[in-house]
Design a protein around this ligand. Structure first.
Ligand code: DGT
Ligand code: MG
Ligand code: MG
Length: 263
């Protein structure tokens, strides 16, 4: 078929293939979720409904993209780790980023009523996303450790902050002042001595975030970039609220990152 005279504009589309043999990680994060949480009356500091809805949306992303080997979520964010050798969309960055982002967002909205049956969506939420390539397993693990450490630091702060406000009768400004300059030990001490809360007894969901992996014994649905299969049940994805900073998790699940070379 004859080409139109306009075809030349394709020259302006630049190639954006990601470097080979690096681990691509897509992280999505709620846009202005501080406001979104307020408008939708999220429980403070943690709302199980929101955290579980995020994991539901993320598990559907794992179904749609078989190259995702693990996902980690906390607060309003989820990270999707693609296998270093994945060739999805010929490793085109914008294609992978945009499809993950839109699938996650549409699933979040689609499943909203299941998790918030009494609170209608007041406006459509949106998420930002980025891809970062990590050149080794060690650095990839450090990335995941960074996100889980962030979960812990924020959760400890928010737990004490809201205890001071909700149970201690402080204004948010007073609570902020009280916590200024305090270390983790001080915060644990305030929680225990003032409110009888042992931080280590709080749910792992809040302290560790959520890890999604594929069940080892069931076959992975070959969805690839083809999303036609993603309406099937998400039974092949398993959610855990465990530590991923230490060695135990990785020793227990060596298949996640594989060991085909030293990378
Ligand atoms: P951004 O990401 O720059 O557009 O701005 P935000 O407002 O989304 O800020 P971010 O992502 O740094 O922090 C997440 C916000 O989401 C934080 O202000 C608290 C809110 N949020 C997340 N999960 C929960 C929850 O379970 N309960 C409540 N009350 N708020 C939550
Ligand atoms: Mg956000
Ligand atoms: Mg965030």
């Amino acid at each position: 078929m004859a080409k139109s005279k306009f075809e030349y504009v394709k020259m302006f589309e630049l190639a954006d293939a990601m470097l080979p043999r690096c681990w691509p990680v897509v992280r999505v994060d709620g846009r202005s979720f501080h406001r979104f949480a307020d408008v939708h009356k999220f429980h403070k500091p943690n709302d199980d409904r929101s955290l579980n809805l995020m994991s539901c949306a993320a598990s559907h992303v794992m179904r749609g993209f078989k190259d995702v080997v693990l996902a980690y979520g906390q607060s309003d964010e989820y990270s999707f780790v693609f296998h270093k050798d994945c060739n999805l969309y010929n490793r085109r960055e914008s294609k992978i980023l945009s499809t993950v982002l839109s699938l996650f967002t549409s699933r979040f909205v689609f499943h909203w009523p299941e998790f918030f049956p009494t609170i209608p969506l007041q406006y459509p939420p949106s998420f930002d996303a980025r891809i970062v390539l990590y050149p080794s397993r060690r650095i990839l693990r450090d990335y995941l450790s960074w996100r889980q450490a962030d979960c812990h630091i924020n959760n400890l702060y928010n737990t004490v902050f809201w205890a001071l406000v909700q149970q201690g009768g402080m204004t948010p400004a007073e609570a902020q002042l009280r916590l200024k300059g305090t270390l983790a030990g001080d915060k644990n001490e305030i929680l225990f001595s003032q409110f009888g809360i042992n931080y280590n007894n709080l749910p792992q969901l809040y302290r560790k975030g959520s890890v999604l992996i594929r069940r080892e014994c069931s076959p992975v649905v070959d969805g690839g970039g083809d999303l036609s299969n993603e309406n099937l049940a998400v039974s092949d994805v398993q959610g855990l609220n465990v530590d991923i900073i230490g060695e135990d998790f990785w020793k227990e699940h060596p298949q996640i990152l594989g060991d085909d070379d030293n990378n």
